[in-house]
Each structure stands twice: as C-alpha cells, then as structure tokens.
Design a protein around this ligand. Sequence first.
Ligand code: SF4
Length: 340
Amino acid sequence: MKTRQELIDFCMTFPATYEDYPFSDIKDIGIWTIMRHGANKKSFCQIYERHEKLCVNLKCDPLEADVLRQTYKDITPAYHMNKTHWNTVIIDGDVPKEELKRMIEHSYDLIKPKTKKRKLPKLTKIYELLYKRYGNLNWWPADSPFEVMVGAVLTQNTAWSNVEMAIANFAKFNKLLTPKLIENIPIEELSEIIRPAGFFNQKAVYLKAVTEWFSKYDYNIETVKRGNLEYLRKELLAVKGVGKETADSILLYAFNFPTFVIDAYTRRLLERLGFENIPKEYDNVKAMFETALPLDVTLWNNYHACIVINAKEHCKAKPTCTNCPLIGVCGHSALVNLEG
Ligand code: SF4
C-alpha cells in the first residue's frame, strides 16, 4: 500500500466505510481524504501529503501508540490531531505493510459504533406478552380427556385441521369416540375413520396401544390423576407411538399434570428470539421452561397454547413479524429491521 488509492481501497474493505473530503474548499491545505464509519461519521484514517510524503493519521490505544513510536521512526504523534490517541504514519517508510494494515484495522475498531448486547427477554416476559394478546385459550380443543389423547396421537406429523377431520369422521361413521370403541373396533375400520390424519394405518395401531394403556386405569380419568407424574410419563413413553411431546400433551391437557410441552414451534420461537445454546435434548428445553416459570398448570397449559397460536399467526416458517406480540423483544425482527 503505497498510494492514496491503495489506502482508500483497503479502508473500504471495512463495513460501512465511506470517503469524505471536508477540506476541499480550503486553499493550500492539499487533499485530505477522510475515511469514516457511516453509522457515526467518525474518522479512522486520514490520508494527506506533507513535505511531499504520503501520510496517514490513525487512532491508537495510547500505550500501544508509545511503543509504536519507539519502534518505527516513521510513526510519530499525529499531525493536527490529539497526540495521545493518534499517530501519524509516513507511508512507504520503515513501517511494514502488514503492520500498517493492522494499525488501520485497530483504528477502525476504536471508532466503530459499539454494539450493545441485546438483553434476552425472560420466559415470564414472553408469556406476559403472549397472554396480553391471546388471553386464555382454554386448551386443548377437545370434548373429553380421551379425545385429547386421541388428538395428541393423531396430530403427529400433520396439521391440526386434518386431525379435526379425522375426529369428525367418527360421527360420520356413526361411532361415538370412547375408549371402549377404540378397544373393540377392528383396526382396518379404525384406519379408515382416521384416514384424513395421514399415516392412518400406523396411527390406528398407536391409538389402540394408548387405549390399552388407559385400560389399566379402567378408563378412569380420576384414577390416572391420582397417579405419580414421573411414573405415568415413563409408562406412556413405553407405549408404541408415544414420544415425549405426545406423552406430555396427554399428561398436561388430558390429566392436568404440571409438565411443559415442547414442540418444533417452541424451538423455533426460542431461536428467533435470540436464545443461544438451546439444548438439543427435549427434556432439557422442557426443564428450561419449568425452572423459569412458577409451578402453575394453568399457566403451562396456556403458555404452550399461546406459542402454537402465535406460530400459526405470526412466527411461521416465513415469519410475519408485523403486529406480532413479541416484536419488541425478538432478535429475529431486530435483525430484519437492521437489514431492511
Ligand atoms: S417478531 Fe417475527 S420472528 Fe419474532 S416471534 Fe414474532 S413473528 Fe417470530
């Protein structure tokens, strides 16, 4: 880097940099190229000629500035600038090219706007905002706890609207959706009824399995409710087709146990809000919520419901952030605004 243009080109490699010529109207001062940061207009490199030599003024940490002046004869306290914080470097002298580049970069780092670390919203604050918008959603949308269980199985890998069609089909087939029905109905017939939910052959097997589990409690909701949460969760997880999300949905929404449901919407929301190091394991994300929130089944019930509704209305695969209740605390929307 021996010419003004080479220096300018190098400076322009730093984000948001532009060149400025504020002294062009002043006679006898020569051409001063001032390289500035676009966001705060501060300069980090001033290029000019003095005694027929090309020079740059660069900002520098004061302690380092002293060391550099003692090391290189072509680095001196800055001409026309604060001499504690700025150095002048004569170009094409004894300062190696790599050292000069490093000094320019250091100067840029000193003047660039400091980015404030965004404060993450607390999980309680997020719920507060969701609740304010959606209120109490009275989940799960079902006529009975057993219908919740059926819905929790049918909703795997499909949209809720398909589950609604599948459940409505029981009436169309003149069947009353009860545990006894699922226990006794031939599996082919059950598959046909739940066809709209997709994967119907598989899901028919799962429905039979979860119903068999329920039969151990004589199909009595109150008996299950008197059970131990951890024990019941383990039992459910051993049932064919029941994963953690399904087990927790059944325990929370059918039997009112305090267990937080984690799904893909929850993960997506956490990521977009800006949470870092989100655990990969389901149980650890669940623990994140359960330890941050008061032990309140109604709150846990409605929190998950709000996350789902917000994911459908705003936080979709391609989010529509405008009017989202979380826009004020969301890292993703902040990013979009910045880029926009
Ligand atoms: S502001 Fe946008 S990205 Fe953030 S939660 Fe709302 S919809 Fe999702």
